[in-house]
Design a binder for this molecule. Sequence first.
Ligand SMILES: Cc1ncc(COP(=O)(O)O)c(C=O)c1O
Length: 474
Amino acid sequence: MTADGKVSGIRARMADEVGDARLFDLAVSRARSHVAAGADKPPFPSPHAIAALTGFREPLPETPGDGAAIVDRLDRIGGPAAVNHLGGRYFGFVVGGVVPAAQAARQLADAWDQNAALHVLSPVTAALEEVTEGWLRALFRLPSETVAGFVSGSSMAIFCALAAARHRLLARQGWDDNEDGLAGSPGIRIVTSRQIHGTILKGLALLGLGKRSIEWVDCDDQGRILADRVPELDERTLLILQAGNVNSGSFDDFATLCARAREAGAWVHVDGAFGLWVAASDRLGHLLDGAELATSWSADAHKTLNAPYESGIVLCRDREALAGAMQASGSYILYSERRDGMLYTPEMSRRARAVDVWAALKYLGRSGLGELVDGFHALTCRMRDRLANAGFTILNDVAFNQLLVACADDAETEAVLTRIQASGVCWVGGARFRERAVIRFSVCSWATTPDDIDASAAAFVEALTAVRGRVAAE
Ligand SMILES: Cc1ncc(COP(=O)(O)O)c(C=O)c1O
């Protein structure tokens, strides 16, 4: 601070940056160019672009930099190395595209720099969380007492739901995990399928529940839990089901199992990372029949809904259990009569994630989301037909948006996968399913067109032909 009360040094520089339209205009115009180029760029960055990331390696700067130069550097070195989820040919993992309006809304909300922990820290985020929570209840047809926590993704949403379940199931047995921890607790039963997602196991491990005590249930050939093998359930049981097997995309039999669990007083969690959104489709919504009877649900907004990363949601009909598990106290924490988001999340400070979900839902509406869901399904079926006709083996029934493809044997499947990845036409990943190497194909972006599918199918065929030609020549 100078003698006349003006700021100096780094603070003066930053005050100038705030007033300098060039900095933010530069970021916005580079962002716009990046998004616009998405349709034409290969799905995976070139080896050259990845090698150029060494350009970021430098010692900690000793002196202040220049804002515009920093944005420029980020764009020049980072932009070309970004994996391209914005085009229509990224089919790896389960990775959604981005609804432009949600991406733009997020940019604006990022400029607000809100802290979503408490109503008093961000009334606007609290209001949007409340509205979005209601919309999600309506979309997924969940009971009116259901509350939502806005977290980073399904891993965290699952963690929250399992923590709530642990809290409730132990409380029923007269045990307070917040006060007494787990040592010496009466314990809970955990029942789930052998094909449950790894983040469930991670969540259980983080919660001190571990894997050893899980009562594992076998699956059918599509990866659905075998309902008639599920053991007797009771009031101290946590049953974990899935709406969308990460490989096959199959949905568990909620109608049978949620009804049984309800009768027994068990807690049911449904991992619906990408599958819960089929609720918006008149054609596929039936896959969720009975799921509304569960106790908690988790979903990713950054997958099927095509909200920007990172955005997941935990939904729980037992508000007291979720808030009890996520409890945080401190004399300075000002809970209010209004919505305080941190009641339902493990974090205290959080960015205004609900903005992304709100904007995507506001833009798409139920019918737009239904159109996306039906489109993903139709395009996945198109790919299935193209590949089946070309001699590939299809290992799953297309329930929603996942396709599992195999060649003659594991070595051939892996060689074909490597060749497709190197083709630059589309990007797919691998996995193992029913003890076979498979190529996973996941349609999750609004940007994918029938032409993208046909070009990708052609890349599969080209890769298979080349691999077989090479083997024949050897
Ligand atoms: C069924 C399922 N559950 C959980 C997850 C984990 O989600 P996230 O990566 O958002 O933590 C995924 C990710 O693909 C998934 O498909």
